[in-house]
Design a protein around this ligand. Structure first.
Ligand code: AMP
Length: 302
């Protein structure tokens, strides 16, 4: 049985990378998350694309055991995002966000998806994340991701969402923006007080920090010699994290800590290629090997 549902963007991205400009490559938070998660368990995707979205990509997702029966295809254009990276990848600027078909999206979770225990509300309008959550019967664990775009434009809806989720996965800069604080421990404390019992702060090349009732778990990133494209690293992290949790079937603090290791391994594969290629070209064993060698020896196995 599929045990992992993801809602989020399925997109075309134009990427300004140090290696060049890449026009309209397939991206989106749900695309990255479902490819990473499906390395562990079958994934159920809920999203919308326009008629311009290639059927060959839908097929690639299906070949990787992503159930696309919740992927609506409607008249209009697929979500589009354009971003540009600094030459050393230390920062990224969003140049264009076109919601397109997402502006009118009213997600209908297929009946067969409503009993999914593990739910990932990938980065998209918080009202859409809530709308999907309301259609799921008693999930075991709900994680959500968000970004500055939504922190700035839909703060009220985001606060409502935070009250309803178990785990928030958020990058460091956006966590500071959301909390209004700088010190990362205080930031996590303030965000936990907004609702999620567990907060995972992604710190780019410095790794990730999980904070819950048991304390702080901090993990360095897997060292990668050639970073090609960091786009989707955060979504791959979240997908790998929840994929591991769903595979384990447990949500105790120890499992969540192990899942951080698998999430970072998924992110490290993602950044080695442009777009989704880094995730398309690996299998579960390669991901497990990289995560295990890191967990046991602190060695990245690269
Ligand atoms: P990440 O690098 O993990 O932050 O994720 C990048 C992906 O998020 C890209 O593939 C974009 O298509 C997608 N994205 C960017 N902005 C938004 C947004 N406002 N809502 C939903 N998805 C977005």
């Amino acid at each position: 049985m599929s045990k992992f549902l993801v809602v989020g963007s399925v997109a075309f991205d134009t990427l300004g990378l140090p290696s060049g400009r890449y026009e309209r490559v397939v991206g989106g938070s749900a695309t990255y998350a479902s490819l990473a998660g499906s390395l562990f368990v079958p994934v159920r995707l809920v999203a919308v694309v326009g008629r311009d979205f290639p059927q060959s990509t839908v097929k690639k997702l299906e070949d990787r055991r992503v159930d696309t029966s919740g992927l609506e295809v409607t008249d209009g254009k697929t979500f589009f995002w354009e971003g540009e990276y600094a030459s050393d990848f230390t920062s990224r600027t969003t140049l264009v966000t076109e919601l397109n078909v997402f502006a009118e999206f009213n997600p209908k979770v297929p009946d067969s998806f409503r009993n999914t225990p593990f739910v990932m509300l990938g980065n998209i309008h918080p009202s859409l994340q809530l709308n999907v959550l309301e259609q799921i019967k008693k999930p075991s664990l709900v994680i959500a991701d968000t970004m500055n775009y939504w922190i700035e434009s839909t703060p009220k809806e985001l606060r409502e969402l935070l009250r309803r989720i178990d785990v928030l996965v958020i990058n460091e800069e956006e966590a500071r923006q959301l909390s209004g604080l700088h010190n990362i421990v205080q930031v996590a404390k303030v965000i936990r007080a907004m609702g999620p019992k567990t907060v995972i702060i992604k710190r780019g090349e410095y790794g990730a920090m999980l904070v819950d009732d048991q304390g702080i778990f901090s993990l360095p990133a897997h060292p990668v010699e050639h970073v090609v494209d960091p786009t989707g690293a955060g979504d791959s992290f979240a997908g790998g994290f929840l994929g591991f949790v769903a595979y384990s079937g447990a949500t105790d603090p120890d499992t969540l800590r192990k899942a951080v290791i698998y999430g970072s391994a998924a992110a490290s594969f993602c950044v080695q290629h442009v777009g989704i290629d880094g995730l398309l070209n690996i299998n579960e064993q390669e991901l497990r090997d990289r995560a295990e060698s890191f967990r046991v020896t602190g060695h990245s196995g690269l």
